[in-house]
Each structure stands twice: as C-alpha cells, then as structure tokens.
Ligand binder design. Sequence first.
Ligand code: DLL
Length: 438
Amino acid sequence: MANLYWNKKIETIPRNELEKHQFKLLKNLVKYCYDNSKFYRNQFKKAGITPDDIKTLKDAQKIPFTSKFDLRDNYPFGMVAVPPVEIVELHASSGTTGNPVVGAYTQNDMDVWTELMARSLYATGVRKEDIMHNAYGYGLFTGGLGFHYGAQKIGTTVLPISGGMTERQIKLMKDLGSTVLCCTPSYAIYLGETMAQGGINPKKDLKIRMGLFGAEPWSEKIRERIEEKLQIEAFDIYGLTELCGPGVSVECSEHKGLHIWEDHFLIETVDPKTGEVLPAGEEGELVFTTLTKTGLPILRFRTRDISVIENEQCSCGRTHSRMLRVTGRSDDMLIIRGVNVFPSQIEYVIMGFPELEAQYQIIVERPDALDVFTIKAELTEASMKLSQNEIEKLKLNIRHKVNNVTGISPIVELAKPGELPRTVGKAKRVLDMRSGKI
Ligand code: DLL
C-alpha cells in the first residue's frame, strides 16, 4: 500500500537507535516517578535503589513490578504524579470485583494516545476517505473515545454509534456507506449473525472492507469466522486502560503479530509464576513501562496477558517488536477438580467444529463437594437438520476433544442458534458459580 506509514522515521527507526531513545526516556521517567510519586519513591526505597542505579536499559529489571492491586489499593488518585488540575480526562476499567482501575490522563497523555491511535489505524489502512463505524462503547471504557480521537486525527469520518441496537447499526452501516468497523470480536460475530438473519449480504449490500477488533482475547479461528461472516479483512488491536487504552499495539497488513509502539512503551515478558524475565520468543506475561506518560506513569506493569514477543524485523519494514495475539490471561485459568483449564483451550475445541457457532459458555458449579463442569455451545442454523443420533454423537465428540486438550470431561449442552447470550462489549464466557460471586 502506498504511503504505508503514519510516521516513517519513527516506525522504521533502526533498533539500536530505538533502544538509545528508550533508555533516555526510561532515565527521565524513573527520575520523574521518584520526584513526583510517593508510591514509587517507597517502591524504590523498598528495593534499595535510586534513579542513579538505572545505567542501561536492562537495569529496568531492577525496578519492582507494579500490579493491578497497587492501582486498586491507591484508588482513585494515589498514584497520580501531577497536581489534579493537570488531569484532563479520566477513564476506568470495569472492575468485576472491588475498586475499578482509574486511568488519569494529562493533555500530554491525550496527545500521545491520539497519535498512537492514528498511527495504529493508519498502519491497518484506515484513511481520511474512510467512514469508521465505531461500535466500541463510549464512556468510561477507553475503546470508544480512543478510536474516535485517532480517526479524527487522520481526518476519517467517525460514526460514534457505540454498542447496542444491533439492527439499527446495520441499517446505518448500509445507509451511510461505512467502510471500517471497530468493535469487540464477539460483537463483530453478533453483527454478522444479525446481518445473515436480516438477509443482508455484506459483500453486496455494505461497503465495509476492514475492521479493527480487540479488548478481549480472540483466536485465528474467530478471525476466520469474522472475515467469512462480514466479508472483510480483520485486524487485531491491543491496549489497556492502565497504559492509555487501545493503541499500545496493532497488526500491520502482514498479520504476523501486533507491533508494539516501543517509542512509548518498554516491553518485557516474564514468567507469570516467578516473575523471571524471559528471552524474546518465549511465551510469558506481558509487562509494560509507560515511557512517556505523565499523569499516571507506570513502571513494569504486570498485565496478566499471555503472549510471545518477536524481535525480528517485520516484512512491512517496521522495526518495533511484535507481540503475538494474546492467548489468555494468567488469572483466567480455572482449576476444575484440581485440573488447570484455560478458556482459550475450550474455544480452540469449539471452533474446530463446523456444526457450532462461535458462541459458548463455560459454567463451573459446586452443588456438593465436587465441581460440575459444563460447556454450552450453540448449533449453527445448518446443523439444526442433524438427527438426535447425530447430535448425541456431536456432544460425545466435543466431550472427548475437551478431555484430550484439558484432561477433564465436561457435560456438553447444545443450544439452538441465537440462544446463548450476546454482548455488545466484552464477551462474558466463563460463569464460575463456586465463589458465590455470580
Ligand atoms: O480493552 C482497551 C481496548 C479497547 C483495546 C478497544 C482494544 C480495543 P481495558 O478495558 O482496560 O482496555 O482492558 C484491557 O483487555 O489487559 C487484555 O486482557 C484485554 N485485551 C485488550 N485488547 C486485547 C486484544 C481495553 N487485542 C484488557 N487481544 C487487556 C486480547 C485484549 N486481549
């Protein structure tokens, strides 16, 4: 694609220069945190270090980790490093338990976020001439506004439709001639299903050519389903409230991982159990340092997101490292009857059955002493023709495959098309009733 880069100089900067630049930023940041954040001054004291101990980029490893708990314990503004008057926007991630995590951004942080979202959108091919159907939630969630700011910086027309009223979304997409779709992958699937039910042929009736999907883990199989249902090219985009929101990393058109914008974020992968730093190429938990944030700077943030970092230069010419798609979170592991089960393993099995929709629920209950593990999956319209015998065989097959992958056999229930709940934002697929939280 002509004119591929939003900022060629920085996106293709030689790695040695990038690392020099990162080191300069890291030194400034550490001093900034030490001078302006009581929390970090304490952290440094506990670790027995001062900003002068950061003499190389690798010395970042001497700095203690920051966790979600630190942010929650210091809720809402305890970790903010500027006077309150400098904060121009607040966001919050949906805390399922306890305090939410608050993101507090200065004008400088907003400018960086907007720039990185523009860079991310541009890398996927979004241009001034596009009409962007932005179905990410507007409000405290960073999805809606993050895409909004970035697209407007490019000059793209934005439809700030947010989530919900799915049929109306499709009507507007059609009437306004939207060319780019932005929403969670699970909502993209739902939009595709609703189009099919309404007799809309995306290729013929719509102008949507591509979409940017993120905010929740999704697999290659889900990408295939989205691309097939919506007849578009699907890109993965990643981010989190604690760092800036969406725009931390994005796929280029090579689709070989998501480029992390390393001129603003220092990335490490660590062993989720021991915290030991892992070499590139090894799967681990992503840890980010916000090199340029001023409102709520974060040193070595433990994301809980599991991925692999690739350092080799991408064929797109960008030198910034890539993270492979996030496969799950270190804290989403379920322990069922003593066996470790990851939701991504269940999704992998479900998506291997063409008889099933890309919808499922994992339900764990403990009515007595023993855990009861149920998977609810949904039949496609075409599989409604299956005989009772074939349905029983299908259930048994799913049960066996799940057992092969996880070592534990679930009860399998099959719902009719459209029966499982759909969400307009992040999907909620795990219902763990054992803790009494639900
Ligand atoms: O989800 C920001 C965002 C909005 C990203 C729109 C992409 C698109 P939070 O609500 O703070 O922020 O949730 C952050 O969501 O730690 C991951 O677990 C998950 N996540 C975000 N993007 C992806 C992705 C936004 N592309 C948490 N793949 C993160 C997998 C993702 N998981």
